[in-house]
Design a protein around this ligand. Structure first.
Ligand code: HEM
Length: 465
């Protein structure tokens, strides 16, 4: 499927009914039948959320598939559990599409993730990339995240919910100060709720007409209004020659709006859609990854100890590239066991072959769904030595955390900057341990982690560098 970009730009429909089918249905149209169907869908959604969050059953299932049939066609779905095959599928942009599966989850309109037309995807991705200043932005992001971590940790004494108390405030600050999208109604808590809800749409869409679906629509409408208001505000300020505007992504994009040399698909609506997309892909993903990384460091004391040592060295040499890379690798190693995204999806528009020329080669019929089990591949003993052990210094190609190829995570630099500062802050809380009881485990709403409480011995917290 190619996305038709010559269609009039999607308007900001603030009711966001996307995903609700408009096709005539042959099913019975009774209230009872609809309720029954919705209940079934909600039960299925809850089970899938559980599997996506706790991952043990997926680990077992993927291990069996990897051994018995690494490319397994079950019904209409191809399950891919080997790293080489996952990379092959991800690098065949035109043969394995993403947009079709996730478009219904993105009711605010076309975004780079929903574009399956290679050339247009490249153009739109490059447009967004053109407002990123890689080195300077990474420094800014580290500074924003470190500042928020220090503020939040300094408020704590002996006990802190690292999600509501640290990771969410960092994500909300990045949205406000780097993306340029202010908290809804000025409330950081409301914004964290909105981000958690939006993440569901990208990671696992709730059933149409369920309560989480309805509330995600409400939040998208709120976020869209906030983005539109901010765009109007910035346009007016730029027209008046205001030189004091903050240097965030939204402002940089609005500054481009008047440029007549830019292509016709770029305009105010594009800026709205891409800011909505960044909010949805870039808010709760950071929170979910931070939660999983902290959980796994607590689970692996040897990893936690190594992270503490590197974090303390980074305090002495802030920004040191070697130490930063070491801490990043420890975070990757933690996420290998419990990634933010255990699998990715594609659809296959026409018959093709995967792993051609190998013993496991498989014909994939057109119309199949494809599940890329990154979690399974990162635990493959054939490519990862002693995969259940926590080991520092594994090579980078062991990790499939941020995708691969033309769709590799756009916001990786944002996520890594935030994660490094969050982990640097948390691991240095003296005497860090899980809080007793259920508070010490991650609690999710849908697929969004909403709490994980830790204890530490000293009142207050470390002073960040
Ligand atoms: C630790 C946090 C994050 C993880 C683990 C992560 C992971 C991923 C993965 C695996 C993909 C590829 C999806 C696929 O091929 O199906 C992806 C794509 C993407 N990510 Fe992230 N992500 C994170 C944070 C972010 C952030 C903070 C942003 C925005 C600032 C972002 C924006 C995107 C976008 C726009 C794409 C689509 C790229 C394209 O289609 O060209 N992500 N991410």
């Amino acid at each position: 499927m190619q996305t038709n970009v010559s269609e009039p730009a999607v308007k900001a429909d603030l009711t966001f009914n996307g995903g609700a089918s408009t096709q005539p249905s042959t099913e019975p149209d009774t209230w009872f039948w609809k309720r029954l169907k919705l209940r079934g869908q909600i039960a299925g959604y809850r089970i899938f959320c559980y599997l996506m969050n706790h991952m043990l059953l997926f680990k077992l299932f993927f291990a069996v598939l990897r051994r018995m049939r690494p490319l397994a066609l079950i019904g209409n779905t191809l399950w891919v559990t080997k790293a080489d095959d996952i990379r092959e599928v991800m690098s065949r942009f035109d043969d394995f599409l993403l947009g079709e599966s996730i478009e219904p989850g993105m009711p605010w309109g076309q975004f780079m993730m929903t574009i399956d037309w290679r050339e247009q995807h490249a153009l739109e991705r490059a447009m967004l990339q053109s407002v990123v200043n890689p080195a300077a932005d990474v420094r800014t992001l580290h500074a924003i995240a470190a500042d928020e971590c220090r503020k939040q940790a300094d408020l704590a004494s002996g006990r802190i919910d690292v999600i509501a108390g640290i990771a969410e405030p960092v994500a909300v600050r990045i949205a406000a100060d780097y993306f340029g999208v202010p908290p809804l109604g000025g409330s950081a808590h409301r914004m964290a709720d909105a981000m958690a809800d939006l993440s569901g749409l990208v990671l696992l869409q709730p059933p149409v007409n369920s309560q989480p679906w309805a509330s995600s629509r409400e939040y998208i409408a709120g976020v869209t209004k906030a983005i539109l208001a901010r765009i109007a505000e910035r346009k007016a300020a730029i027209a008046q020659g205001d030189a004091s505007l903050p240097d965030d992504l939204l402002t940089r994009l609005v500054r481009k709006l008047g440029d007549s040399k830019l292509p016709p698909w770029f305009g105010e609506d594009w800026v709205r859609r891409y800011l909505s997309g960044l909010m949805s892909t870039g808010g709760a993903t950071i929170v979910r990854a931070a939660a999983h990384a902290i959980d796994q460091l607590l689970e692996h004391p040897e990893g936690l100890q190594q992270a503490k040592v590197v974090a303390a060295q980074l305090d002495q040499a802030p920004g040191d590239p070697k130490l930063t890379a070491q801490l990043r690798q420890l975070i990757y190693e933690a996420l290998r066991q419990r990634p933010m995204l255990p699998m990715m999806v594609r659809t296959c528009p026409r018959d093709t072959v995967v792993a051609a020329g190998t013993k496991r080669a498989r014909v994939v019929p057109g119309g199949s769904h494809v599940i890329l089990a990154a979690l399974g591949a990162m635990l493959d003993p054939e490519t990862v030595e002693s995969p259940s052990e926590f080991r520092a210094g594994r090579p980078d190609d062991v990790y499939l955390l941020f995708g691969y190829g033309l769709r590799e995570c756009f916001g990786r630099y944002v996520a890594e900057s935030a994660l490094i500062e969050i982990i640097r802050c948390v691991v240095q809380l003296p005497g860090l341990a899980r809080a007793p009881g259920s508070a010490g485990s991650i609690k999710y709403v849908g697929v969004a982690p909403r709490s994980l409480t830790v204890t530490f011995t000293a009142p207050g917290a470390r002073s960040a560098a």
